[in-house]
Design a protein around this ligand. Sequence first.
Ligand SMILES: Nc1nc2c(ncn2[C@@H]2O[C@H](COP(=O)(O)OP(=O)(O)O)[C@@H](O)[C@H]2O)c(=O)[nH]1
Ligand SMILES: [Mg+2]
Length: 324
Amino acid sequence: MDIAELSKKILAADRRALARAITLIESSRADHRAQAMELIEALRASDRQAIRIGLSGTPGVGKSTFIESFGLMLTGMGLKVAVLAVDPSSARSGGSILGDKTRMERLSRDKNAFIRPSPAQLHLGGVARRTREAVALCEAAGFDVVLIETVGVGQSETVVAEMADLFILLLAPAGGDELQGVKRGIMEIADIILVNKADGDLKPAATRTCADYTGALRLLRKRPQDPKDFPKAMLVSSLQDEGLAAAWDEMKTLVDWRRAQGHFDARRKSQAKHWFQEEVRHGLLAELKTPAMRAAMNTFADQVANGGMSPNSAAQELLKRLKS
Ligand SMILES: Nc1nc2c(ncn2[C@@H]2O[C@H](COP(=O)(O)OP(=O)(O)O)[C@@H](O)[C@H]2O)c(=O)[nH]1
Ligand SMILES: [Mg+2]
């Protein structure tokens, strides 16, 4: 593959080239990896910047419906929208977005939109690394907004928040007066909570849920990266296209404020550091998995088990071999 050519096409916003490039970064073959790194380096200079929006919510809350309506609204404003996913379960389910293509039919046909399902890899870490690289490719291709979807499973929200400028939590109206068991950690990373399905019979419940979350958000510790009145909860109906423009206005308000205050850049810088550290960690773990290291690991483990060596000194001996 000609990387210089591919990079030129991506910079010229060629969507097929972008799709091919993402396939390249998703490959774990060593030669593909090397080309992927070369491509990412080549595109680094472009310094185009999208607004990266992380979007999380449990299955059925309306993520796909929201992305379709919200995405079409944005492309209608002349913006280019890319949709990516971090779904560690996709290897089994076939991908949250892919399985839902029908719900995003119009958006997937829109020439100002680009939709890409989660890479089919088992580990969250692997999916996250590839998605982060895909975000960079989409930015280089000139997308104005990159939406990164994730199903609320365990740690995937935190991982998505680490690659997004804004984190949006989508909720459905609750039946009773309980707070739907949203974990505190998730509440703490949310910038805007959108209570979806605020229409028809569900409207009263949605309104109550929104009020509950407005209250809950007020109880959280104030974060330096928030202007007055943020984080906030709002009502939307993705199905009826209500509240979406207001939600977008709030997102822009928040981004503009953070840019002006320096929080936007500071967050991207600390995210870059985080991903650097993750890459180092990943690289070290990969080195431990070579046949020679695995064999050494087993030998030392047996010695430790037999009382021939202490766990500490065995670990030190093993790590010395990594350095040599
Ligand atoms: N009433 C109502 N139903 C919605 C709304 N958004 C999504 N739904 C419905 O909720 C169900 C799940 O939506 P989907 O977008 O697939 O959720 P996802 O699993 O989070 O991607 C579908 O039957 C949608 O039609 C909404 O704003 N109002
Ligand atoms: Mg979906």
